[in-house]
Design a protein around this ligand. Structure first.
Ligand SMILES: *Cc1c(COP(=O)(O)O)cnc(C)c1O
Length: 432
């Protein structure tokens, strides 16, 4: 399998190159050159198969010759160490829980897979790997966790000082060892700009193999395809009216869902569920893609005003708006709606949603087609305990935090501080 750039100028790259580069030289994002659908018999064999088997079957097709079977299998086994269960809330309404990883966010799936894949491709002769990533919340923890313990690898997390919730921050400031948490005196945009400049810095490149690990990396995107198949495999019966609602920000998760459909997953329609940062739903409605500054909401991991993965969706459909709008329905929700949904779902089903997952639920709940005419799945992307200060007042009871998330509250934080300039970043990183 080779990977082409969405910008269409750079030549196709092999998996190792796409993985380490992140962004193609022409500024585009890598996507698989072609997607060969699974054979019907292979798809049928996945029903009720366990996660690793499903991932292996899908991965084999998706990565084809670019990854040998043994490496693929060991990467899957080491990366996907947690369950991705599908729960039924009522007849025909299901939630796929993607938050059972070490940091309680769906980003664990992609980040862990990518980290192990990068390790598999490295040789001892390469300079040490430095993963340089900006975060406004969940990405930092998932990426830092994913890379800890891998040899010859440093992780640098840039975050806006004072603008990340305590539990999110603690996911990457308490790991120590090869993870450096750097509080930048500035906004998330400053962090992102610095990360970009750092990745291009010749000074840093002399000392390290540099890579970013943000959601534009194919290594994070591809494993998310497995989750969709695994969710489908757990449905109690086959259906040709499956609707899947994806709470979206940068649209990596939805892009992966559309790739799953290309691979033959029988999804009738996806819902692009967003908070008021509704660039994509607007595109679906009127065909114009208008990026704008993001607005803060309670589903903060989805506060994205220029969703970068949308390029991949456009490329998958050769930019054909009518076809995109046939496969995806947009659905936009305010914070008030989101809060009301958290209360309502708790009252009705005794089920606790975090604000992001609640947007996913609303993507189903607001569809004019009645539930009994379809099978609906929405994705739950974060553990509600991470957003206790929002969720608890709405449901009137405490949300227990799983042990793996609670431990970071006790550990000591280590944070370095940085002015938002490239020379300052270079000095800090080379000082070690
Ligand atoms: C990142 C994130 C999302 C959005 O996923 P995209 O792939 O960026 O669309 C949704 N929910 C949570 C909890 C996230 O961390």
């Amino acid at each position: 399998m080779r990977f082409t750039s969405t910008a269409g100028i750079s030549p196709p790259a092999d998996l190792a190159t796409a993985l380490l580069r992140g962004l193609a030289p022409d500024g585009g994002l890598y996507i698989p050159q072609f997607i060969q659908p699974l054979r019907a018999a292979d798809l049928e064999a996945l029903r009720e198969a366990e996660l690793h088997r499903t991932a292996l079957t899908v991965g084999r097709t998706l990565f084809a010759s670019s990854l040998d079977e043994d490496t693929l299998e060991s990467v899957i086994r080491d990366a996907l160490t947690f369950a991705i269960p599908l729960r039924e809330l009522e007849q025909g309404l299901f939630v796929l829980e993607l938050f059972h990883g070490p940091t309680g966010a769906f980003k664990d799936v992609g980040a862990r897979f990518m980290a192990r894949l990068m390790a598999a491709y490295r040789s001892a002769a390469d300079p040490p790997l430095m993963v340089l990533t900006a975060t406004s919340g969940d990405t930092g923890g998932a990426v830092a966790h994913a890379f800890t313990g891998l040899t010859d690898t440093q992780v640098v997390i840039l975050f806006p000082a004072g603008q990340v919730s305590a539990i999110q921050r603690r996911q990457f400031t308490t790991l120590g060892g090869a993870v450096r948490a750097i509080a930048v005196e500035g906004t998330f945009d400053d962090c992102q700009r610095l990360a970009k400049q750092g990745l291009a810095s010749e000074t840093l490149r002399r000392a390290y193999t540099l890579t970013s690990a943000n959601s534009i990396n194919v290594g994070r995107l591809l494993p998310q395809v497995f989750s969709y198949f695994h969710g489908w495999a757990q449905l109690p019966e086959a259906t040709d009216r499956l609707v899947v609602s994806v709470p979206s920000g940068n649209f990596g998760n939805l892009a992966a869902g559309l790739m799953a459909k290309r691979l033959g997953l029988p999804v009738h329609r996806f819902v692009a569920a967003t908070n008021i940062n509704d660039v994509v739903p607007e595109y679906l409605r009127c065909g114009t893609f208008r990026v704008r500054p993001s607005q803060p909401t309670i589903s903060s991991a989805m506060d994205v005003g220029a969703p970068s993965n949308f390029e991949r969706i456009l490329a998958l459909y050769h930019g054909r708006h009518a076809e995109i709008a046939r496969d995806i329905r947009g659905s936009v929700h305010t914070d008030d709606d989101t809060r009301a949904a958290i209360s309502r779902v708790h009252r009705r089903f005794r089920y606790v949603l975090d604000p992001h997952s609640a947007v996913g639920f609303l993507g189903i709940d607001t569809d004019p087609v009645p539930n009994n005419a379809r099978t609906c799945v929405f994705l739950a992307t974060a553990h509600p305990g991470k957003f206790a200060e929002i969720v608890e007042p709405l449901i009137g009871e405490p949300v227990p935090l799983p042990h793996r998330l609670a431990v970071v509250l006790e550990r000591e934080e280590r944070i370095e501080e940085l002015a938002p300039s490239l020379p300052a970043l270079e000095r800090l990183l080379l000082r070690g």
